[in-house]
Design a protein. Structure first.
Length: 279
């Protein structure tokens, strides 16, 4: 199991929509952590499992506030809420002021997330869980860098236009140094190009080529269409047969690749999942 972080360099390539999409399509236990330092909007876009509103008093703020006393996997699970569709979400902050005030709380959160997704968390509600992180737009000095370093995979979303590719290229160069761990290794890092399906496929290929030129550690993680109709399901809009939308069809391919690159579930977690399925 592992941690997959979605982020962007600049613009609006749909980080939150992609994170919600991936969580909904994820084939094994997963939890979405809304960790955009600029503030989250999942509570305004997604309903609770019972059809009501999500509890905005629960989420990332209580976790970061409690970090001085220490955090563990149970702390993260306690702040997660079930949403319509069956996923679990830890709601984000209200704005950048809260993110900056968290200080070393981000390091404690990173350790708790790593524990939740690690092999030692295979017990009841704490069974090993993939954690999908919506990290928002990442600047030159991200306050949540510890959380990014805890990732097994970092996914940079980018549009295929020239300005977006240039910004993404600069951000990848920064991440190449900032994400390096003490053992000298980087998380798997790559790009997903978001674009208009009506435009030439060569534009996306050129964007990926330019970004992979940053270094051999930059992977091509796939394509997602700019599909407002498909994305509408994450904004409360009625969408007929969402599983047939271009966004969901492409999303399945991206998710399959991401899952294939993560560690497999430990035996205890796999057994727990099998028992739930049988029930």
């Amino acid at each position: 199991m592992g941690v997959v972080t979605f982020l962007s360099a600049k613009g609006s390539p749909g980080v939150t929509t992609t994170a919600l999409l991936a969580t909904a399509l994820w084939p094994r236990p997963a939890l979405l952590l809304e960790a955009d330092p600029a503030g989250g909007d999942v509570a305004a876009r997604v309903l609770a499992a019972d059809g009501g509103l999500l509890d905005t008093s629960r989420g990332l703020l209580p976790l970061l506030t409690a970090a001085r006393r220490g955090l563990d996997a149970a702390s993260v699970v306690e702040q997660a809420q079930p949403v319509a569709g069956g996923s679990r979400v830890v709601l984000g902050l209200s704005g950048p002021e809260q993110a900056a005030a968290a200080g070393r709380g981000w390091a404690a959160l990173a350790a708790a997330v790593a524990e939740l997704s690690g092999p030692s968390a295979a017990d009841g509600d704490l069974r090993s869980t993939d954690v999908l992180v919506d990290a928002g737009r990442v600047g030159a000095a991200p306050v949540h860098l510890d959380l990014l370093r805890a990732s097994d995979c970092v996914v940079l979303l980018v549009r295929a236009d020239v300005a977006a590719v240039l910004h993404a290229r600069d951000r990848l160069r920064l991440l190449g140094g900032a994400l390096r761990r003490r053992d000298g290794l980087l998380p798997r890092t790559g790009v997903v190009v978001v674009g208009d399906p009506g435009r030439r496929a060569g534009e996306a290929a050129s964007a990926v080529e330019a970004l992979r030129a940053v270094g051999p550690w930059v992977d091509d993680l796939g394509r997602l269409p700019h599909d407002p109709a498909g994305a509408g399901v994450f904004a409360g809009a009625p969408v007929s047969r969402p599983e047939r939308t271009a966004l969901v069809r492409a999303g399945r391919t991206v998710v399959d690749d991401l899952v294939a690159g993560l560690p497999v579930a430990p035996p205890a977690a796999a057994a727990a999942t099998d028992q739930e399925s049988a029930a």
